[in-house]
Design a protein around this ligand. Sequence first.
Ligand SMILES: *Cc1c(COP(=O)(O)O)cnc(C)c1O
Length: 384
Amino acid sequence: MLSSRMENLHPYVPGEQPRDREYIKLNANENPYPPSPAALERALEWAKSSPQSLALYADPDSLSLREKIAAMLNATGGVLSRAQISGEKISPCERDRIGFEITSEMIYAGNGSDEVLSFLFYAFFDSAEKLISPEFSYSFYPVYCEFHSIQMEKVTLLKDWQIDVDEMISRAKKFHAPTILANPNAPTSLCLSRAQVRRMLEECPRDRAFVVDEAYVDFDGESCLPLLRDFENLVIVRTFSKSLCAAGMRLGYLVANPKMVNAVLTVKNSVNHFPIDAFAQAFGSAVCENIPYYAECAKKIVVQRDGFSDFLRSRGFFVLPSSTNFLFTKKDGRSGKAMYESLKKEGILVRRFDTEGIEEFLRITVGTEGQMSALKRTMEKLDF
Ligand SMILES: *Cc1c(COP(=O)(O)O)cnc(C)c1O
């Protein structure tokens, strides 16, 4: 009964979402803070004051949401941890200035960036062709490759776990292939500079899509938004799930040249033309109008991250320098699996992978100050 395609799928395994007991949940890179109370209030008010909006189909183009996303990016430069806040006003720091205006025609919004990514795979990568990607990166990419019969060409990371820019370029040229990478990368937490990505874009085929997944960029990364002016093949994917405290709402988007956006619209209109529900659109718009709150959350997370990273190093852990809301860490002579299991018994969930080469690492999401203190105490008690 099953298609042969179906029988050969190896689906993505997400971080656990256990309901059996209350864990300190540091395993899925979710934000430990709730959404902005003002944003939530506004979305609920919208639903209460115009309930008929929920009886009608939502705007298939999410136009209002896309306008608000564009305004948010223009106001912040696309990196919340460095955005400058004074009262209700927010502005980008010099390093993050975009240099031109992002418009709503440059944005496509969908149900979480996972859905946006799946449409990108359909729109820009051909089956039986190569797609260049780092060896360790977001584990959904190989899953989509399998689904679309695309051959993933995995490029080994350098000794310091950084993406091998030269080798990525040389494979993209050799196969005249498109590229996908996460920057900052997951699960390594390392960031490439904008100059490094620019060099890749300059040398990789200009007529193949180049996708940069910026899920974590708000926590000290360097956004490639300023490169959109020079590269029509660049597609930047971003999400509300990490820095915008809304993983449960399923909102994600891409920023690209309008021609690329139109290609994705064609895919969307061939699958499900009302992708984002009306409430999520209203909520997402309200989030974009309350950005100082989220910038404060990102700044708090960066402080906790750096403090916890010092703590780990003081206990002999190897910790990669993180530009994200998580730490990728291991300790010589300690089994990653055993540490993961002991922490779980103590009520703290972190993430680890069975993937060869990174089995001994833990990926620890940065939580609130209270959560990180609890984790420190537990690690001391367990003598890690
Ligand atoms: C979390 C994550 C996503 C998925 O985000 P959603 O918007 O929740 O689908 C995409 N890419 C990377 C690298 C991520 O870590």
